[in-house]
Design a protein around this ligand. Sequence first.
Ligand SMILES: [Zn+2]
Ligand SMILES: [Zn+2]
Length: 157
Amino acid sequence: MGRDLNDKAPFFISSNTYPPPDLAALGPRRGFWLWLMIDIWQQVNFSRWEFRCRDGCGLDSIDIETLMLLQEVRDHFGQPVKINSAHRCPAHNASIGGKPQSQHLYARAADIVVLRVPAIQVQAWLSQRMARKWGLGCYAGFTHVDTRSGPPARWSG
Ligand SMILES: [Zn+2]
Ligand SMILES: [Zn+2]
């Protein structure tokens, strides 16, 4: 079964897709969505604001799988995780030289710095944790992580 980039379930915490457009039509599942809306940000050390597009356009979605991975990083190292870049609109992505198919466009990526932990140590741990899936970009001062569909990607810059 092939999956392309946009194939992943649209399970975003986003002003665009979340809550779902027709909450009433969800019937019994409505309660789940309402619970998620209230509760998810209370269970993580991040706020939506940290995932905003840095050009101020208002995008601030984050894929739930990416968010949970970031929380794992936070819990593992016991240190704050600084989000340098997360969701990006195409214009901002282009302006900072992002790849045209960057996972940042789909709100599935974050460039992170774990305070007081060397990037190489963060990358070593993530490389184990993300074995054979997702995306990991290793840079000297920060780490790119994403939860892409399809084949895994590894690179250093
Ligand atoms: Zn933007
Ligand atoms: Zn990145």
